[in-house]
Design a protein around this ligand. Structure first.
Ligand code: AKB
Length: 314
């Protein structure tokens, strides 16, 4: 039996694959994609689409009423690197879109919300390895500040108004269908495109910068699992730490070499190095494992194999 779902920001890196997977699961017509611009042909052809600005409460409310929406996934956001360039726009987009969906929940117009947080909620004073769920936060980026504030608001709306909001602190996500845009972890996607096209890549991070990462299939599975899980099991209503693997630019280059032996990588670090340096190198996701049975499937070798195979076919 389907349930009606709305995805805000459906044409982005996560939104595209999430929409396609939810349509497979709940039926094409019950999953409404929306964004400020049209997306790829798979997404546009497979079900309903609405041009929708996630900062416009009245417009979202209209769509929610029209399609009798029960669940909203809010995937629209400005990511870390772009947010450093446009701090006010980033704050406005990231916060007002969240308030819009939280208020729809408070007004009982929708039953359940998914909102993505990020490893960017942590900062330079956070323990760097196996970063625990509850620890020193103090993010030093505009994006991280907006995500940490958002987490506090999610927990507040849950406790105060009973809003069923669920969230994951995504690591860097690696995908082939839709490229990310404006993030610090984007190098781990660009590298595969450039390796196949030009046999070389100039990386904007230093070779030994370790960051938590995840293949998109794991991220989509985690998201849907969390959303389907029995509410009573969930002990965290800010956002769950989630982990799969941790690697450096040097290691991802090494994982590509067996497939493309002449692949060459050089390093020209830019302002994104400082952002990466403020984030954890690895994440402890014990709460996600315990509360809703999380286990990742893809390591770096499997991710590289999938990425090169799919991009080559594409
Ligand atoms: C970014 O790099 O900004 C994102 C993130 C880790 O949230 N991929």
């Amino acid at each position: 039996m389907g349930k009606s779902i709305l995805i805000l920001g459906a044409c982005g890196q996560i939104g595209t694959e999430l929409t396609l997977e939810l349509r497979k699961k709940y039926g094409d017509h019950d999953v409404v994609a929306s964004d400020i611009r049209e997306g790829g042909s798979d997404l546009m052809a497979s079900g309903p689409f609405e041009l929708l600005d996630a900062t416009n409460y009245a417009a979202i409310e209209d769509v929610v009423m029209h399609y009798e929406i029960e669940e909203v996934y809010l995937m629209a956001a400005m990511l870390s690197a772009t947010a450093e360039k446009f701090p006010t726009r980033a704050w406005n987009l990231n916060m007002s879109s969240l308030f819009n969906v939280l208020n729809l929940g408070k007004e009982k117009k929708i039953d359940k919300i998914f909102w993505p947080s990020s490893i960017a909620v942590f900062g330079p004073n956070t323990p760097k390895e196996n970063t625990p769920q509850n620890t020193v936060m103090e993010p030093s980026t505009v994006y991280g500040i907006s995500k940490l504030s958002g987490e506090r608001w999610c927990e507040y709306y849950h406790k105060k108004f009973g809003v069923d909001v669920r969230s994951i602190r995504y690591p860097g996500l690696i995908s082939w269908k839709t490229a990310p845009g404006g993030g610090t972890t984007d190098y781990a996607v660009e590298i595969y495109h450039e390796a196949l096209k030009h046999g070389k890549y100039s990386c904007f991070l230093e070779p030994d910068t370790f960051l938590p990462m995840m293949y998109i299939d794991d991220a989509i599975r985690a998201t849907i699992t969390l959303m389907e899980y029995n509410s009573g099991n969930l002990t965290i209503r800010s956002s769950y730490n989630l982990a799969a693997m941790s690697f450096s630019p040097h290691e991802i280059a090494q994982s590509i070499e067996p497939h493309i032996p002449d692949f060459k990588m050089d390093y020209t670090p830019d302002f994104r190095q400082q952002i990466a340096d403020s984030w954890p190198g690895s994440i402890d996701d014990a709460f996600a494992r315990k509360d809703w049975g999380w286990t990742p499937k893809f390591d770096l070798a499997a991710t590289t194999k999938e990425m090169l195979k799919h991009l080559e076919e594409k």
